[in-house]
Design a protein around this ligand. Sequence first.
Ligand SMILES: *Cc1c(COP(=O)(O)O)cnc(C)c1O
Length: 374
Amino acid sequence: MLDFNKPYLTGKEGHYIYQAVLSGKISGDGMFTKKCHAFFEQRYGFKKCLLTTSCTDALELAALLIDIQQDDEVIMPSFTFVSTANAFVLRGAKIVFCDSRADHPGMDEDQVEALITPRTKAIVPVHYAGVACDMDKIMALADKYGLYVIEDAAQAIDSFYKGKDGVKKPLGGIGHMGAFSFHETKNIMSGEGGMLVVNDEKFINRAEIIREKGTNRSQFFRGEVDKYGWVEMGSSFLPSDIIAAFLYAQLENLDDIQKKRKQIWDAYYVALKPMESKGLFTVPVLPDYATNNAHMFYLVFNNLAERTDVIKKLKDSNIWAVFHYLSLHKSPFYTDKHDGRDLPQTDRYTDCLLRLPMFYELDPTVVIDFFKKL
Ligand SMILES: *Cc1c(COP(=O)(O)O)cnc(C)c1O
């Protein structure tokens, strides 16, 4: 069976973990965590990076930072992972789901303004497949209505948005905060892992505190205060330095990993784009303001039955391809809390989107040959 995903090891992960263990300090914010923070801050110009144990955790940290209260409203796509919503639901927020775009599973920026009410506190755009949402539009709405923007950049490492000013900005670095995932299904991974990027300086101090159980321990270790104590509500969001050691080995190979994934993505695109004319499926559309980080290659079929049929035929050919999110507004947990609006594009991607195998060591030829014969 051809796997859908196979985590790629660069070869140095074990070596760095050994170094971390030998250093005698394997709790959080050790040598490798600092190296990871510096890598991201230098490469992408992020103001403040804080490794977390997952993207889920980074989103929960963000929800605490913007002080989400009972019945605050948060706007996000329905076609996303449960963690995007859970982080805010845990604090009592009501999720207001926005439909996806007709040309792309990302949320339809033009529908957001109509969803804003006096209770709206934040917009959470998800850069699906690492493809940017139209951040100029979202940031303009945030400015106009005084809202926070938390980017769910879980899939968006090394991907960019080119706005009206022509400047290429890294995803995760545009909103007030951005959350990344290093889960083993992502381009760069540490098994489980994540990072909060803080772009608005006013959150930096509290981000460090909330991540460290509500204490000012980070300031203490920098010598900025002579004792540390409990200064606000918090939790433990920081990973062991063993995780950071693993992650650092991956980061050193970021360019190589990205190059390889893009080659695979391009091979799919070149082979499958001409087959669109047969009318069975369409290939991904990249808006001109978005770059491609080759996180995912997907096809969109006409209906559920046709997709189900192709999944079965792929399986018969020993190829494992998978569909993706089930609309959150129709989930068992949220359906009676949703305001009843239909989200037809979300439902269409739930029924019709199929992800093809995508990982560093993949030879896409067998998958391409399958579609040639289909
Ligand atoms: C993977 C993913 C998450 C969750 O990441 P974890 O690191 O597993 O917590 C959240 N949102 C999106 C869009 C994701 O793809």
